[in-house]
Design a protein around this ligand. Structure first.
Ligand code: NAD
Length: 511
């Protein structure tokens, strides 16, 4: 893959996907992590642009909230058709802009299709409740109504799927959406929005307000995210990214009494017990730790292996690591593509240096393919055998480093597993029912995602996705996550001829 072909191919993909925004002469340079070359230049949006977009989103919301939910679902169904038709192209754009291997780029688009299908079904199931009243002749209802414009801030590593988790659900819930993607992956955002605009064309009868404001993309960095978070007209900000970002965004939104869905950093662990099926565990560890070059929020970063099986499992793991194919993510057969950029590489080297100081034995982690691609950052995934869960192990380094620790007692291993600030995904490999139940019990793993005999990464959209502690506590995608995108209305209807008060209160009025 040469620089010229990447530039050319990105341009053709954008045209095919219907992007009409100028992408060759803006002030934000977009490069591909595959070779570090520039593939586009888009114009940043400034504060006044954002102001205008939020006003458009408000107008669109005013129209969209009154469209019946199953009809709103029809738009999402049409969007899923566009995605099916353009899955290969959009997936390839993900690979070019974010550096994911082809299968993972395609997988992201499949995840978009899946959440759209889920949302279409949901559009006929935004169920409220009828609640028993203590008063005769009274009925109590709980109804869900659209909330307003939803601000969506996303990270570079899932440049299309995370937006769709939010957008597909928000749209059937009757909200308009305004997306601030990572400034490392604006092209994917423009492409998704262009496909949604095509779906809106086919939807029929969409007013000018809907065309302009139902779904928009604001391009820029943290400062634009800040402005979105601060705006009172945006009742919900769904922010995906680092814990550092969440720590800034959350108080800004809270101060104006807005709502947040926070999907922040993870530091995900796996415990392998003596009864585990080691063939299964080995494959799960490898995919979860080195897939997406360790740049998933759910990547496996901490492995706890029982002493009695460590001598069997760890040499096998080292052999498997040695065979991992690193290289051009567009070439079939590659398992590990590039890091997103130089800062990610520097953070990885820093963490490995600290691990060595802490007594860790490190295998791999070095830069590779630098002669072929001097502007890109490919690394050999690292295994770090650690004597204890010291400082570098307790923080998230967004790179393929797997810290390995041995344990003797499962309760202690679970306690150590939980003794980190993050709480996203976790897993246990065991064939012992008691161990599996303990890990998933109230005093087991403290994460949002707790798996048995499957790695921590690769969640399905039917689940509510998210984590506890510094991961932010938000939930997105399936289950009842949709409720975060709506406002709850509680109604009491008195169809009697009396006015009984609740709690038996008597309030006499002579009139
Ligand atoms: P990042 O925090 O640097 O950026 C994420 C987004 O937030 C970008 O759009 C960025 O422009 C914006 N942003 C950054 N600082 C901001 C601020 N102060 N105010 C407003 N907006 C701001 O993260 P990244 O490097 O793009 O992605 C990697 C991180 O995202 C990792 O920590 C990873 O675990 C996390 N992540 C979490 C999930 C999840 O679902 N929990 C999913 C994907 C990624």
């Amino acid at each position: 893959m040469t620089t010229k072909t990447l530039l050319h191919e990105a341009g053709s993909l954008l045209a095919e996907l219907g992007v009409d925004r100028e992408t060759s002469s803006g002030d934000l340079s977009v490069s591909s992590p595959i070779d570090g070359s520039r593939i586009a230049a888009v114009q940043r949006d400034e504060q006044p642009d954002l102001e205008r977009m939020i006003a458009s989103a408000e107008r669109a919301f005013g129209v969209w909230r009154s469209v019946p939910p199953p009809r709103r679902g029809e738009l999402v169904r049409l969007f899923a058709e566009e995605l099916r038709q353009h899955k290969v192209s959009l997936g390839r754009l993900v690979s070019i802009e974010a550096g994911k291997i082809l299968e993972e780029g395609q997988g992201e688009v499949q995840e978009m299709i899946d959440i759209c299908d889920f949302a279409v079904g949901l559009s006929r199931q935004l169920y409220g409740r009828v609640i028993a009243s203590e008063r005769p002749g009274h009925r109590m209802l709980e109804t869900w109504h659209p909330l307003g414009p939803v601000g969506i801030i996303t990270a570079f590593n899932f440049p299309v799927a995370v937006w769709s988790w939010n957008a597909a659900i928000a749209l059937v819930c009757g909200d308009s959406v305004l997306w601030k993607p990572s400034d490392k992956t604006p092209l994917c955002a423009l492409a998704c929005n262009a496909l949604l605009a095509r779906a809106l064309d086919r939807f029929g009868g969409a007013s000018e307000d809907l065309r302009e404001g139902l779904s928009q993309v604001a391009i820029g960095g943290p400062e634009l995210g800040q402005a979105l978070a601060a705006d009172r007209r945006v009742p919900l900000v769904s922010a995906t990214g680092s814990t550092r970002m969440g720590g800034v965004v959350a108080p800004v939104v809270a101060q104006r009494f807005g709502r947040t869905i926070l999907e922040l950093g993870g530091n995900n662990g796996m415990i392998v017990t003596p009864s585990a099926d080691l063939d299964l565990a080995l494959r799960a560890i490898l995919f979860a730790a080195v897939g997406t070059a360790g740049q998933r929020c759910t990547s496996l970063r901490r492995l706890f292996v029982h002493d009695s099986i460590a001598e069997t499992l760890l040499p096998r793991l080292q052999r498997a690591y040695a065979q991992v194919r690193i290289g051009d993510p567009l070439e079939p057969g590659t398992l590990v593509g590039p890091l997103i950029g130089e800062n990610a590489f520097a953070a990885m080297q820093q963490a490995l240096g600290e691990a060595r100081v802490e007594g860790g034995e490190v295998f791999g982690g070095e830069r590779v393919l630098a002669e072929r691609w001097p502007e890109a950052y490919y690394v050999r995934p690292a295994l770090a055998l650690m004597p204890a869960q010291s400082a570098p192990v307790r923080r998230e380094t967004f790179a393929p480093i797997l810290y390995v620790m041995r344990y003797r007692d499962l309760a202690e291993a679970i306690a150590t597993h939980n003794a980190v600030p993050q709480g996203l995904a976790s897993s246990i490999f065991t064939t012992d029912l008691r161990e599996a139940e303990l890990f998933t019990a109230a005093d087991g793993s403290d994460c949002g995602i707790v798996n048995v005999n499957i790695g921590p990464s690769g969640a399905e959209i039917g689940d509510a996705f998210g984590g506890e502690k510094e991961t932010g506590g938000g939930r997105e995608a399936g289950s009842d996550s949709w409720k975060a995108y709506m406002r709850r209305m509680t109604t009491t209807i008195n169809y009697s001829r009396d006015l009984p008060l609740s709690q038996g209160i008597r309030f006499a009025v002579d009139a």
